[in-house]
Design a protein around this ligand. Structure first.
Ligand code: NDP
Length: 446
């Protein structure tokens, strides 16, 4: 049963943001978590901090016209939501996927505010993207799209204003094309985007950071249960950037990753996933996960990606997309003996699924905390760009590990301080919110 406080916040948010269901879901979770904070800190209520946080500081929508290889004019829609700059320049990725609309960008941008606050680095929250599908497009088509997208976005961003990065459908290739266009339009070589190539301003470890950071975070969750990765069976959804590097780090720490997926289905290899094959298929050939099973007879392909959660495992790392674990999938995971879930994707578990994990005593690491390693390393890229220096791999990796440990500690402490011991969802929301709220209080009504 929702409280009067949450009901009031939500009825205003739903009325002002009609049809944006993912955004409503993200706001509801935060509102429920921070209610006790606002009760304890009446100055936050008086300053209407939560009501202000749910309203983006700025939302930009724009036309992205481009020409296909066949000479046909195409039109996509571009977005950048600059949500909150209380603790630093807006920071958050760009998503290129046909499902993108303003509600998806707003849920992602809203979550980003609290995630970025948890990283201990000075970055505000934002997110952007387009309803463009890079799948099946030639490199030249992707380049023309990225150039057109940046021809509008460039006037809204800057190294001290708003620093986008990658997300679904935006990797090194897309960042390169967008960076080139920004440089040409502004005649500046700056740290305006993160996820750049290491030879032209990118940070080492950025490619690996979200997946590695997720595994570092879950390591802490397992330690608190008195265990570790050795011999654990792990199921990871997706086979993109986050999934690949979560697999790599989990394997390095002694786990056996047995399943991966994409939007066409999932593979199970009980002998353990051969990551070199996945990297070649996905990163070099831009192929489909099914091809893995064609190459390895030990593996089986199944064509419903949603069913990956029926594969029995000790640890589940959902790393594909939002709302991919529903109530039924959560029940199946629990029944099959899963002891820990770490969210690599943003909001991959529905609220009902999270309740099931909590009730069953499964250790649950929410996205805001568990996948914050990517943006944290982006902030380290910004620092290196500002200093015009490049840190070695081990230095960035060790900073990433320290940051993930610090995030874990903040979540645990905030949860305990507000009577929610062990609930890392509440802990992440509270710790992130308090930091941003304090900054907003200090800066007045702006
Ligand atoms: P990629 O584009 O590299 O990979 C996404 C993977 O998820 C692909 O295997 C894709 O399959 C699958 N997928 C995407 N959408 C769907 C869908 N609707 N149904 C089924 N499968 C789907 O993206 P990332 O790995 O970068 O991002 C994955 C998740 O992690 C996202 O939620 C993102 O927001 C989050 N994240 C990413 C960060 C980063 O640094 N990259 C940082 C923090 C969070 P297919 O190829 O078939 O589409």
């Amino acid at each position: 049963m929702a409280s009067k406080f949450v009901d009031e916040i939500m009825s205003a948010v739903v009325a002002r943001n009609v049809g944006e269901v993912e955004f409503h879901q993200a706001v509801r979770e935060v509102a429920e978590s921070v209610e006790p904070v606002i009760k304890k800190r009446p100055e936050f209520a008086k300053a209407r901090i939560l009501e202000r946080i749910v309203e983006p500081e700025r939302q930009i929508m724009f036309r992205v016209p481009w020409v296909s290889d066949a000479g046909q004019v195409q039109i996509n829609r571009g977005f950048r939501v600059e949500f909150n700059s209380a603790i630093g320049p807006y920071k958050g990725g760009l998503r290129f996927h046909p499902s993108v609309y303003i509600g998806i960008i707003k849920f992602l941008g809203f979550e980003q505010i609290f995630k970025n606050a948890l990283t201990t680095t000075p970055i505000g929250g934002g997110k952007g993207g387009a309803d463009f599908d890079p799948k099946g497009k030639s490199d030249m088509e992707v380049m023309r799209f990225c150039q057109s997208f940046m021809s509008e976005l460039f006037r809204h961003i800057g190294p001290d204003t708003d620093v986008p990065a990658g997300d679904i459908g935006v990797g090194g290739r897309e960042i390169g094309f967008m960076f080139g266009q920004y440089k040409k339009l502004t005649n500046t070589f700056s740290g305006v985007l993160t996820g750049k190539g290491p030879d032209w301003g990118g940070s080492l470890v950025r490619t690996e950071a979200t997946g590695y950071g997720l595994v570092y975070f879950v390591t802490r969750m397992l330690q608190d249960r008195g265990t570790d990765w050795i011999g654990k069976k792990v199921v990871i959804s997706g086979s993109g950037n986050v999934a690949i590097y979560a697999t790599e780090k989990a394997q390095q720490l002694g786990a056996k990753v047995i399943a991966l997926s994409d939007s066409n289905g999932y593979i199970v290899d009980e002998g353990g996933i051969k990551l070199d094959t996945v990297k070649r298929i996905k990163e070099v050939e831009r192929g489909r996960i099914k091809e893995y099973a064609d190459e390895h007879k030990s593996a089986k392909f199944h064509d419903r990606w949603q069913d990956i959660w029926t594969v029995p495992c000790d640890v589940a790392l959902p790393s594909a997309t939002q709302n991919e674990i529903d109530q039924a999938s959560a029940e199946t995971l629990v029944k099959n003996g899963c002891i820990a879930v770490g969210e690599g994707a943003n909001m991959p578990s529905t609220p009902e699924a999270i309740d099931i994990f909590h009730d069953a005593g499964v250790s649950f690491g929410p996205a805001k905390a568990a996948n914050a390693g990517g943006v944290a390393t982006s902030a380290l890229e910004m620092s290196q760009n500002a200093m015009r220096l490049n840190w070695p791999f081990d230095e960035v990796d060790s900073r990433l590990k320290q940051i993930m440990n610090a995030i874990y500690a903040q979540c645990v402490e905030a949860a305990e301080a507000y009577g929610k011991k062990g609930n890392l969802v509440a802990g992440a929301n509270i710790a992130g919110f308090v930091k941003v709220a304090n900054a907003m209080m200090a800066q007045g009504v702006v």
